[in-house]
Ligand binder design. Structure first.
Ligand SMILES: O=C(CO)[C@@H](O)[C@H](O)COP(=O)(O)O
Length: 240
């Protein structure tokens, strides 16, 4: 079943090593068929060089395997939670891209410091709350999903205006209307994280945020004023 979707998800997963967003078997991509209530995700721990479209695993929104010989990604509960929590999501990516992971490990949001960022993310990319020992010892991946939703719900951020997050101590998740859109956002996220790191080195005392009018100009030029309008001043997302 879902052979076309498996091919799309396979190609999106292969884009992760092609864009230097992952090493070894790290990372994963999924995409959902909302009508069927099923999503397709990469199998767990499989080397990208050995990956095939037919290896993709079909999962329901409860995170249960519906079709597939291999175990689904270990992050499947996080993907399933996010699909349940936000109906707008069509595709989700998790990577260990190095510059975004550096910000995630430092617990620092990726600031909306330039127009490169503003074209894709309507504000700072926030850091999710650090998981407690109980959350880690419990259903770790599900609790990762809860930590992501908590920061967006608390800060009243439209997830489609700001399609990415840094899970504390871990790494980035991005999303979009489909898997390819989510991969695009994962690529942009790591590029702007690297740019921001160097900007911070060049001028540590500067407030890195672009002015709201420039954030608006770039974001709405690309996404339209009506689409995914985020909260005003959302580029001032507070750090954790
Ligand atoms: O963060 C981790 C492991 O620390 C996982 O996200 C891996 O990066 C990918 O795991 P699989 O998708 O292969 O299960």
């Amino acid at each position: 079943m879902l052979e076309v979707l498996k091919q799309q998800v396979y190609e999106a997963n292969m884009a992760l090593p092609q864009n230097n967003l992952v090493t070894l078997t790290w990372g994963n991509v999924s995409q959902i068929d909302r009508e069927k209530g099923l999503f397709v995700i990469k199998p767990s721990g499989v080397d990208y060089d050995a990956l095939r479209p037919e290896d993709m695993v079909v999962v329901n929104l409860a995170g249960e395997v519906v079709e597939g010989e291999m175990n689904p990604s270990s992050d499947t509960p996080t993907h399933a939670f996010l699909y349940r929590h936000w109906q707008q999501l069509g595709g989700i990516v998790h990577t260990h891209s190095k510059w975004a992971v550096a910000f995630a490990q430092a617990g620092i949001p990726i600031p909306a410091a330039g127009t490169t960022h503003a074209d894709t993310f309507y504000g700072d990319v926030p850091v999710a709350d650090r998981l407690t020992k109980e959350e880690v010892d419990g259903d770790y991946e599900l609790n990762t999903g809860y930590s992501i939703a908590r920061v967006f719900d608390r800060e009243k951020i439209d997830p489609m205006a700001l399609p990415g997050v840094l899970t504390n101590d871990h790494g980035p998740f991005t999303w979009g209307v489909d898997a390819q859109d989510a991969v695009h956002n994962a690529i942009v996220l790591d590029v702007v994280a690297e740019m921001d790191y160097h900007t911070m080195q060049l001028n540590p005392s500067q407030d890195l945020h672009v002015p709201q009018y420039l954030l608006d100009r770039h974001y709405f030029r690309k996404h339209g004023k009506g689409a995914y309008y985020g909260q005003k001043n959302s580029n001032k997302v507070s750090s954790k």
